[in-house]
Write a protein that binds this ligand. Structure first.
Ligand code: Z16
Length: 831
């Protein structure tokens, strides 16, 4: 681009309020064919975003140009989920244009907050895994890494949750109904993705046996790009989301009328591939449409990567030097056989060369040890849908099993455990095994989790390939999870220690000294109170319910799952109710317990937990004896945007999973950063949070991983715990006997049966007494506000490690081989 054009563009995309106003007006008129008098709020919002986009486009193009010119190594983060949430605040914070846009809106007669709230969340993810991908994009751009996200542009994101009579109801999330101004469709970037057909052998000119994948059907993947700006560094990376479109070459002239209508109707069938996000969290459901989605993502992304690569390089054997591909969980692991297929069938390489390139280019992240979550695609389904890939997988497995024999001798059980193909009634492809064999690095997401995968699910593989396993403790972006969502706290911190923390989160350690600064501590605690009141106003407005802002705000927000043990907090709430009823004059530390989270639509137990929480809440909130002492509330439709309101208002962060089951958790980090005190088990990243904040500044309780193992081995009996704890027994009896649901007294039997006759797999009863004790510690600490806020501040000050900037630097160094790109002078140095 010549300087003159870019100068001209810069005039149009000025950084002052007046030129922003002019652009908003111009977009109303020339992009949306309306004007300030007649536009509605949605149109005004769109014009605002288009004006923000104007201010990103030069940097977006320049960034890509620079990567091309410098032949920068590119990092591709492939993920079925990107839970990016709203983008407006984030873009303005990163461009440093918040005030200007605020003023522009105001001058044009709109309140910025109202406009911001028009935006639908881009909720293209289930939970932690998808949100992690979003934080990583923010950090890659902020660190100036050439990092690109690749995913699917689902028409429908995670379902909208409503609560009817205490039950979860799912509604479609039609987030694209009015389009999104953030995504740019790129007609020039479209690839065919093939399915079905068969693998046909032939002999090439050199007499080698080769294979062709023939008679396939195809759909097209069309690129939609969303800009990912770094924090005030001029970098704008890209999130490319693929939309499925039908083959364009329908020759409609040869059809008679009926065939024509049918052909047009069939377009929809092709487009169904990118229709909807599967709403399952940690349960593998072997649906063919999901497998199609996974291959659709992998195939289009690899075609795009290789096309780009070939424009700049001529030898594919250098691919690992210039490209790193990270698979977010096993969902994109068909990249292993697909890259092999491309290199052999299309590029003419032999097996060994192709394998070397593939393994060195790819790496895979594991996010859970729960066996029911691991993907195992039936061989029969793959044979039908991707016959050539299945053939390659069989060959990978054959060669791998030979290596296993070389390494371990004839150990049939080990071979059976390690085989990529599991034999049996329904032979299937173990996608995790494929990921370990076919990539150079496998990482866990917290220290404890990585230790566990080495010792349990991937033990055999660890013994064979110890150098492949590595830990990369998760992190969160401080831009969204402090600067944006908790502006009062961010401003206070900046006024005390400057703003370097925004990109160097460990600088928050400078706040350690402030614990004895009375004036500072007053401001710090006032901000928490102000955030609680802001949340209370929101709840009042949307639910007509009045939160007691003098109470401890005790919050558990995450997907509903048995292992996360929302049930334990619900039991605690009921036990507090019973205690207050029995001791009306006893002093209690007031508490407001808040839950939010979605249950997978097919997960009956999790849905029953939601109903139980709502029934207990009704009992508590409608009893005048609880007034000023206890409240319990379930907020519907948990989302990134809701988390941004809840987390800054939390006093207590509930992180109470059964030890060994939560791979990392990332909510735990967001709460600690915003000055909530964690009550938690020694699970996932809680272990590392404890190391950072110090034992006195976190409330840890319950069984450890070893304790859980030992208890199970020695013969756990939940009945013993039920009989041993009076308060616990009372609550379980109440749940079982219909106390919370008198019109349907047996409603919760599935829950109580799983706790008692089912022997409580998640050890809720085993941990309950320790949990109740820990909650007493919470009360005691909260009763001494000075002590409490010291602990809270130590949390804010000491969780710098959990910035996703640190996580990404670690990936860059140990997995992606692009550490040279870090800190190339583009980073924000503070002001
Ligand atoms: C998910 O969100 C996670 C794991 C998984 O297998 C599937 C989904 Cl949808 C979560 C983990 O539960 C959580 O502990 C972790 O922090 C997060 O992934 C990111 O690694």
């Amino acid at each position: 681009m010549s300087t003159t054009t870019s100068k001209k563009l810069n005039v149009k995309t000025g950084m002052d309020t007046e030129s922003i106003k002019a652009d908003i007006l111009s977009h109303l008129r020339y992009s949306l064919a309306t004007d300030i008098e007649t536009a509605n709020k949605k149109e005004f919002y769109k014009s605002v975003v288009l004006s923000v986009m104007d201010r990103l486009h030069d940097s977006w193009l320049n960034t890509q140009k620079e990567y091309r010119e410098k032949k920068t190594k590119k990092i591709y983060y492939i993920s079925m989920e990107f839970l990016i949430g709203r983008l407006l605040d984030n873009a303005l914070v990163n461009l440093n244009l918040e005030q200007e846009f605020r003023d522009a809106c105001k001058d044009l007669g709109y309140d910025y907050e109202e406009i911001r709230d028009i935006e639908n969340d881009a909720a293209l993810g289930n939970g932690g895994l998808g949100r992690l991908a979003a934080c990583f994009l923010d950090s890659m751009a902020t660190l100036g890494l050439a990092g690109f996200g690749y995913g699917i542009k689902y028409d429908y994101g995670i379902f909208k949750q409503k609560i009817h009579d205490g039950y979860q109801i799912e509604r479609p999330d039609d987030w694209l109904r009015f389009g999104t101004p953030w995504a740019t469709t790129r007609p020039s970037v479209m690839y065919p993705v093939r399915f079905y057909g068969r693998s046909v052998p032939y002999t090439d000119e050199d007499g080698h046996l080769r294979f062709k994948w023939e008679n396939t059907q195809h759909v097209y993947a069309l690129a939609n790009d969303i800009p990912m700006p770094g924090f005030r560094n001029g970098v704008v990376n890209n999130l490319r989301l693929w939309k499925a479109t039908s083959p364009k070459s329908l020759d409609l002239t040869s059809f008679n009328q009926g065939e024509y209508i049918n052909a047009v109707r069939d377009i929809e069938l092709h487009e169904n591939i990118s229709r909807v996000l599967y709403p399952n969290d940690k349960i593998f459901v072997g649906q063919e449409l999901r497998l199609k989605q996974e291959y659709f993502l992998v195939s289009s992304t690899l075609q795009d990567i290789l096309r780009e690569y070939k424009q700049q390089h001529d030898d594919l054997r250098d691919l690992p030097k210039y490209v790193a591909i990270q698979c977010n969980d096993t969902h994109p692991n068909l990249a292993v056989p697909d890259l092999m297929r491309i290199l052999m069938d299309e590029e003419g390489f032999d097996w060994e060369t192709s394998w070397d390139i593939t393994v060195k280019t790819l790496s895979y992240t594991n996010h859970t040890v729960l066996p029911e979550a691991l993907e195992k695609w039936p061989v029969s389904m793959l044979r039908n849908l991707l016959p050539r890939h299945l053939q390659i997988i069989y060959e990978i497995n054959k060669r791998f099993i030979n290596k296993v024999h070389e390494h371990f001798g004839d150990d049939v059980n080990r071979v059976r455990r390690m085989s990529i193909i599991s034999e049996g009634e329904q032979p299937s492809v173990q996608m995790a095994n494929l990921g370990i064999v076919g990539t150079h690095k496998v990482n866990g997401v917290a220290a404890l989790h990585t230790d566990l995968i080495k010792k349990t699910i991937f033990r055999d593989f660890f013994e064979m390939y110890p150098e492949r396993f590595t830990n990369k403790t998760n992190g969160i972006t401080p831009r969204r999870w402090l600067k944006q969502c908790n502006k009062p706290l961010a401003d206070l911190i900046t006024s005390e220690i400057g703003d370097s923390w925004i990109t160097h989160l460990s600088d928050l350690r400078k706040l350690d000294d402030k614990v004895n600064d009375k004036k500072f501590m007053k401001k710090y605690s006032d901000i928490k109170q102000q955030n609680k009141e802001r949340l209370a106003a929101y709840v009042k407005e949307n639910y007509g319910f009045e939160l007691n802002t003098k109470a401890i705000f005790d919050i558990q927000i995450k997907r509903i799952h048995e292992y996360k043990r929302q049930l334990m907090l619900a039991i605690y709430a009921a036990a507090q109710y019973n205690y207050i009823k029995a001791n009306p004059d006893a002093p209690v530390v007031p508490r407001t317990i808040i839950f939010a989270g979605k249950a997978a639509p097919g997960y009956a137990m999790a849905k029953m937990f939601i109903k139980l929480i709502n029934s207990i809440s009704d009992k508590i909130n409608n009893d005048p004896d609880m007034e000023g002492k206890l409240q319990c509330f379930f907020l519907d439709n948990y989302s990134v945007t809701l988390a941004e309101q809840l987390i800054p208002a939390a006093d207590v962060s509930e992180q109470i999973s059964t030890a060994g089951m939560e791979a990392s958790g990332t909510g735990n980090m967001k709460f600690a950063l915003n000055g909530a005190v964690t009550i938690g088990t020694l699970d996932g990243a809680n272990v590392e949070i404890k190391e950072e904040v110090g034992d006195e500044n976190i409330i840890i309780f319950g069984l450890t991983v070893e304790g859980v193992e030992e208890l199970r081995r020695s013969g756990y009996s939940s009945w013993e715990y039920y009989n041993a704890d009076k308060a616990l027994k009372q609550v379980i009896d109440q749940i079982r006997d219909g106390f919370f649901e008198p019109d349907h007294p047996s409603l919760f039997h599935t829950i109580t049966n799983s706790l008692l006759d089912g022997n409580d797999y998640f050890l809720v009863l085993a941990d309950y007494p320790a949990y109740a004790e820990a909650q007493k510690e919470v009360d005691a600490l909260y009763s001494k506000p000075d002590e409490w806020f010291k602990v809270a501040l130590y949390n804010t000050a000491r969780v710098g490690k959990f910035s996703s900037d640190r996580t990404i630097s670690d990936y860059a160094t140990d997995i992606w081989g692009c550490e040279d790109q870090l800190n190339k002078g583009r980073e924000y140095q503070g002001s």
